[in-house]
Design a protein. Structure first.
Length: 430
């Protein structure tokens, strides 16, 4: 907007009103004050005794477990398990933007490059752009978050006026599992104390013009749900397979208008992402690709797709139609590549190489991009997932075709904040 950088606004840096280390931080907004809605968190990140990389796709966003915006005890907007969704949002940026900008802003390691001689694909960094600090307040190792990425209400409000939204606070709960924060599981992390940056509207004329016609906002709140897929016994004989199907209900989206949904599959046992204390690949924020996976979504018992979706490219095309391009490494959406074969103990190899160790770059990336999303754009009574995978005889300790899985679902659910003529407000799903 033309007034954004003008004398009508005054940039404010808000310190937390409460900061319980590694647990929860609260910011309290000044009363009877107007703010522009482009709220940002800065100095976001963690530090420990030794320096290590942040999670490759989440970067510093791995720190944020839950976040919510509350007025007079009423929740305006929130996101549970925000770090996983923000990692997904990082993937929706272009390769160039991730490589050139976001490595600095949020310390991820996205943005892939083809090496000129070997033609290998890497996400190598110049310098230590995504390395954690060894002491507090090391700004070079900390990142930045535009809060509208996890609180979509902020994208649809022209103003935040605490004369209406009284006792307004921002609450952040921090991630406590170090495997979601950094590349090692044995280096304790302390979440740094962030600051909240807000633009106060100091011009009475501008404040009046923004509030006079503002009667509320409609936005897509991102709701979260998770279901568990049980372990399948490893088939005993070489070449044996076991296909298992289950129908699982999501409850968080009942009786809501859902625009888009995205599914992410992870091991229930998070230790399976760790080898000799190294967190492999994308870790828990990736999405696994089980063998012969079939996906069918049902609304009120009726199938969404003409038949279950099995081929990775079909799922990728539908995901692209709904969410746009996804910045994944080559073969991320495939179960295996190169020397891999069904049932082989050589998981995620590229070429005839010995079984992978933590230093082999393909491990944790091939088969870690099995994200699936689609558009629904309708009122949901009950959303369920008809899910099939095939277990194969396998000598590996970790196998997404057999091991128990958590399937996380994030859905954009239509919600509204209505400002009444007497200055009160109502929050409801529409």
């Amino acid at each position: 907007m033309p007034f954004f950088y003008s004398t009508d606004l005054k940039s404010q840096t808000l310190d937390p009103s409460s900061d319980i280390k590694n647990t929860k931080t609260t910011f309290r907004f000044a009363e009877d004050t107007a703010y522009y809605p482009n709220l940002r968190l800065s100095n976001l990140g963690s530090f420990g005794a030794t320096a290590h990389s942040y999670n490759r796709i989440a970067g510093v966003y791995g720190c944020i477990k839950h976040i919510r915006l509350v007025s007079n005890g009423v929740e305006l907007d929130s996101m549970r398990f925000a770090n996983r969704y923000l990692a997904w949002k990082n993937l929706l940026n272009t390769n160039r933007l991730n490589a050139s900008v976001n490595r600095k802003l949020n310390k991820n390691r996205l943005g892939f490059e083809i090496q000129p001689t070997s033609h290998a694909v890497s996400s190598g960094l110049s310098g230590d752009e995504n390395i954690t600090a060894t002491s507090a307040n090391s700004e070079a190792n900390l990142g930045h978050l535009q809060l509208s990425a996890c609180l979509p209400l902020l994208e649809n409000m022209p103003i935040i006026d605490t004369a209406v939204l009284k006792n307004l606070i921002l609450e952040i709960e921090w991630e406590t599992d170090g495997r979601r924060l950094i590349s090692k599981d044995n280096v304790a992390q302390t979440i740094d104390t962030p600051v909240l940056i807000a633009e106060e509207i100091v011009s009475p004329k501008l404040r009046q013009s923004l509030t006079s016609g503002f009667t509320g906002a409609v936005f897509n709140k991102v709701e979260h749900d998770v279901i568990n897929i049980a372990t399948i016994a490893d088939p005993a004989g070489a070449g044996d397979t076991t296909e298992v199907n289950s129908v699982n209900q999501f409850n968080a989206f009942d009786d809501k208008f859902v625009s888009r949904v995205v599914l992410m599959k992870s091991y229930s046992d998070k230790a399976k992402y760790v080898d000799n204390h190294f967190v492999l690949g994308f870790g828990d924020f990736g999405s696994l690709v089980p063998h012969k996976e079939k996906i069918q979504l049902k609304i009120n018992g009726a199938n969404i797709f003409p038949q279950p979706l099995e081929h990775p490219t079909t799922k990728a095309m539908i995901t692209n139609d709904a969410w746009g391009k996804v910045n994944l490494p080559p073969y991320g959406m495939f179960e295996a590549v190169g020397a891999d074969k069904d049932g082989s103990a050589q998981a995620n190899l590229s070429g005839a190489v010995a079984p992978l160790t933590a230093t082999k770059k393909a491990r944790g990336f091939t088969g870690a991009g099995g994200f699936f999303g689609c558009s629904l754009n309708q009122k949901i009574g009950q959303l369920s997932l008809d899910y099939t995978r095939t277990a194969i005889n396998n000598a590996t300790a970790t196998d997404p075709s057999c091991d128990a899985l958590d399937i996380h679902a994030y859905a954009e659910c239509r919600k509204a904040v209505q400002i009444n003529s007497n200055g009160s407000f109502v929050v409801s799903y529409t």
